[in-house]
Design a protein around this ligand. Structure first.
Ligand SMILES: Nc1nc2c(ncn2[C@@H]2O[C@H](COP(=O)(O)OP(=O)(O)OP(=O)(O)O)[C@@H](O)[C@H]2O)c(=O)[nH]1
Ligand SMILES: [Mg+2]
Length: 395
């Protein structure tokens, strides 16, 4: 009996961890797609004259900004993704023509894996190409003049959105309101949690035509890394961003009467913890926090009391209960407060300016660090070369 109870307990735990994303939540947004592709076979060689068959066609993926995985899926449904066969070598044409390649247009930001989840490659630049199945070589002396077969491959396309700034926050904090305020995007906004069920990207345009893209992600809650709420699958979209922007409600958050109420500081610590549990490296990314809903009762007093703790988050975190305490603590480059439903044009411009400054400051710092690293490498190699030159000749 005890054994059975234990087994059921663990089965339930595994089910909780691997709970798949509910289908209706994924509707309209695909960030994973599986394709079957086949490269072409090589043509036969011509043994009598040493002729070589044409190679089989390759299969490529090419990044295009106007594509989404949904459009790839719609377009390729019922289409056989098979590249052409190389032509045979003949007495009239000793070198066979190569088979026709196929190029599949996919969105920028796709990572490609094979069926065993082994990485084939990434396509992060628009118009860049990646070969996913190489055509068989044409028949020649080495192959006994038989063309090699094409390669059949199952490929997994995993899309991670690319935006400069990723919005991170609990549900209802005002992430979509921020995106709507600073860009021309029109995300859905409502007073209930989980209004946003798929990522949206908007672009902030500045007077000097500088553009900064911002990704609005579905809200995170405690246990997101275990796929609770909208789940962890959206956390991956932070990975390709340059900066995280935490948006939090000054009044904190409570999902329902059954759940613990978390105050504003706790929501920040919990977001930190969820990101850490997903991928601690993400916490090295530059971050900024926007405390929203400053129009609500007592907001100014709460802000005054939490500001010193926010500025020294490390100290505050060390006093937090163990279950919410992260090991690695995020550092906020900028702390702002606002009321997004009452913003004037000046305030919107101020928020945009601070986001831009924070982003640029961090990028600049990274470049400096890279330069410093490069100059150290150069110095070492110079010293090594120098020592080679002055080393006494012992012969
Ligand atoms: N009082 C007040 N309400 C706000 C403010 N900003 C946003 N709201 C309201 O808060 C609610 C949630 O806003 P959203 O922008 O949808 O929040 P979200 O973070 O995108 O929420 P999810 O998509 O559920 O994760 C809406 O009813 C907004 O009108 C604010 O500054 N003050
Ligand atoms: Mg939203």
């Amino acid at each position: 009996m005890v054994f059975l109870t234990r087994t059921l307990y663990y089965a339930k735990k595994i089910e909780q961890i691997e709970k798949p994303m509910r289908k209706y939540l994924r509707k309209g947004f695909l960030d994973h797609l599986v394709l079957n592709v086949r490269s072409g076979a090589g043509g036969s060689g011509f043994p009598r004259f040493g002729g070589m068959g044409g190679r089989g066609g390759h299969v490529f993926l090419e990044a295009k900004d106007d594509m989404t995985l949904k459009s790839v899926d719609n377009k390729l449904k019922n289409i056989k993704l098979q590249a052409g066969t190389g032509s045979n070598s003949t007495a009239h044409g000793l070198i066979g023509q190569p088979g026709e390649d196929i190029t599949i247009r996919v969105p920028t930001g796709v990572t490609v894996y094979d069926r065993n989840k082994i990485l084939i490659g990434e396509i992060n630049e628009p118009n860049s190409k990646l070969m996913v199945a190489e055509g068989g070589i044409g028949g020649c002396k080495e192959t006994d003049f038989c063309g090699r077969k094409g390669r059949s491959r199952v490929i997994h396309l995993d899309l991670k959105l690319i935006s400069d700034v990723a919005l991170v926050g609990f549900p209802n904090a005002g992430k979509s309101t921020l995106l709507k305020t600073v860009s021309r995007a029109a995300p859905k906004i409502a007073e209930y949690p989980f209004t946003t069920v798929k990522p949206n990207i908007g672009t902030m345009v500045f007077q000097d035509m500088r553009k900064i893209s911002m990704g609005d992600l579905p809200g995170l809650i405690e246990g997101a890394h275990r796929n609770v709420g909208m789940g962890y699958s959206f956390l991956k979209h932070i990975e390709r961003s340059k900066m995280m922007l935490f948006v939090v409600d000054i009044q904190g958050f409570q999902l329902s009467a059954r759940h613990t109420r978390r105050n504003c500081l706790e929501t920040i610590v919990l977001l930190n913890k969820e990101i850490e549990l997903y991928k601690p490296d993400l916490l090295e990314m530059p971050a900024m926090v926007l405390i929203n809903k400053m129009d609500t009762p007592g907001a100014e007093d709460i802000f005054e009391s939490i500001l010193p703790k926010l500025e020294r988050l490390d100290d505050f975190v060390s006093e937090c209960p163990e279950e919410i305490r992260p090991e690695k603590v995020v550092t906020f480059e900028t702390i702002l407060k606002t009321s997004l439903i009452n913003t004037s044009k000046n305030e919107i411009n101020f928020i945009k300016k601070r986001i831009r400054e924070t982003l640029d400051k961090c990028v600049e710092r990274e470049e400096h660090e890279e330069e410093d690293e490069n100059s150290v490498v150069k110095l070492i190699s110079k010293l090594q070369k120098g020592s080679e030159q002055v080393a006494p000749n012992l012969v």
